[in-house]
Design a protein. Structure first.
Ligand code: PXL
Length: 435
């Protein structure tokens, strides 16, 4: 998954482009960047800002869009009208969701947008956004409504939607009794509200973290209200973990997002880069899975909805990572995890007796089963062969094998399955086997 952030540079790396790249990474996505301005700031004060020329912003956007498939775009700081106009002309009509994070002031009070750019911001960028993510002050500025109640917040969201944003999330309403903070999402015509406890200290990077996390989760195909909720919880966690890196404000510290997805996604990318790996992709192609701990069903195991496909002498990743995305490899891991709960990841490779000999010589623990010996009863049951086979292969074992293979059956391709505790562990064993 590739995401693009069009935003300003923050040398303290809590917010701006640098913060976005860290958030994208935490969700296992690849971050590309177009820099609109350079700021000089730290956790105590704001020193200076200069925009990058509009023509250079334009050519940066072109350079990314002509080469990469982009799954979602986040727009953060845009300093002046010329930049706003080129971003609009480059992105207008594009079929990629745009997450617009209005940025007017830095945490330490510096101006991040020229006053005379605001009208153009409303005219050119808000209407091309799939969702806009203002906090209370920004929502008041854009809507012209003073927000003192949930009703005002909802009216402000409607007004901002009228300006042209398809959906609106206003963050940080603090008018409820007690210490609750409320966020309001206007999704098309429907309102959703979310609330959490107010955090006690100010931090640097929370706003950018939220919109970048939202961008990642919209790209991953999450339902909008779910994407908002995941991004909120991730941001709250990052704010709670905020660290005193400099001598002023604390800086958000990102936790790992969906660790399952991020580990698996990294491992799959590395797997595809292994020299000659295409030779190990079977006819039925490859899946690579990672399970939550103690899985109960295939829905607890993440895998590719498509496959890792052999394309000439390379591998291509087809489809997205989803819980329930794999049937065969996931069934094998599910069966393994019943007896050996530490085993949570697996990949299937093309069978070759030489590969098995090599794995044995390298000290890996091997088991196997005979598909021909499967009783007619389980054969009839759709999808049960793998579970039956794995069970058979581990029945008499006291420790988990690294590899289980079978040599096929009439019309059924022989196969090797590599198991491990994590995707990295599976990757390590795969490298041992094929080198
Ligand atoms: O958090 C908003 C933001 C965005 N972009 C840049 C910033 C800040 C806040 O300070 O500096 C470059």
């Amino acid at each position: 998954m590739n995401l693009l952030s069009i935003a300003g540079s923050d040398p303290s790396s809590g917010a701006g482009i640098q913060g976005d790249m860290k958030t994208f990474d935490a969700f296992g996505t690849y971050g590309l960047s177009v820099i609109t301005a350079i700021t000089s700031q730290n956790t105590r004060r704001f020193l200076d800002v200069k925009p990058v020329s509009a023509s250079l912003v334009k050519s940066q956007i072109k350079s990314i869009l002509e080469d990469f498939r982009i799954d979602a775009i986040k727009i953060g700081m845009v300093y002046d009208s010329q930049t706003i106009k080129v971003i609009h002309s480059e992105l207008e009509g594009i079929k990629i969701p745009i997450i617009l994070d209005p940025i007017f002031k830095s945490t330490t009070g510096g101006d991040l947008q020229l006053k005379d750019a605001f009208a153009n911001y409303k005219k050119f960028l808000i209407p091309i956004s799939y969702i806009i993510t203002p906090n209370m002050q920004e929502a008041e500025k854009i809507s012209g409504i003073k927000i003192k109640s949930l009703k005002d917040m909802k009216n402000a969201a409607k007004k901002i939607q009228k300006i042209g944003a398809k959906n609106v999330i206003i963050k940080g309403g603090h008018f409820l009794s007690g210490s609750k903070v409320v966020d309001t999402l206007l999704e098309d015509k429907k309102f959703h509200t979310f609330s959490h406890d107010r955090l006690k200290f100010e931090n640097h990077g929370g706003g950018c973290t939220f919109s970048a996390a939202l961008c990642a989760n919209i790209a991953r195909g999450k339902k909008l209200s779910d994407a908002v909720d995941i991004a909120r919880l991730f941001t709250i966690e990052s704010m709670k973990n905020a660290a005193k890196i400099g001598s002023g404000l604390v800086i958000v510290a990102h936790s790992k997002g969906d660790e399952i997805e991020s580990h698996l996604s990294h491992a799959i990318s590395k797997f595809c880069l292994i020299d000659n790996i295409y030779k190990y992709i079977p006819e039925c192609q490859t899946n690579f899975v990672y399970s939550t701990s103690n899985p109960l069903s295939l829905d607890d195991i993440m895998g590719l909805e498509g496959r890792i496909v052999r394309t000439g002498k390379r591998c291509t990743i087809a489809g997205d990572l989803k819980y329930g995305g794999s049937k065969h490899v996931a069934s094998a891991v599910l069966e393994m995890a019943k007896k050996f709960p530490s085993i949570r990841s697996g990949v299937n490779l093309r069978y070759d007796s030489m590969t098995i000999k090599h794995a044995i010589s390298k000290g890996l623990k091997i088991s196997s089963y005979d598909r021909n010996a499967e009783p007619a009863k389980t054969k009839e049951k759709e999808g049960s062969t793998v579970s039956w086979g794995i069970k058979k292969a581990i029945d008499s074992l006291n420790t988990p094998p690294d590899i289980i293979f079978h040599t096929g059956d009439f019309g059924k391709e022989a196969m090797i399955l590599v198991f491990g505790k994590t995707p990295e562990d599976v990757l390590r064993k795969t490298l041992i086997i094929i080198r």
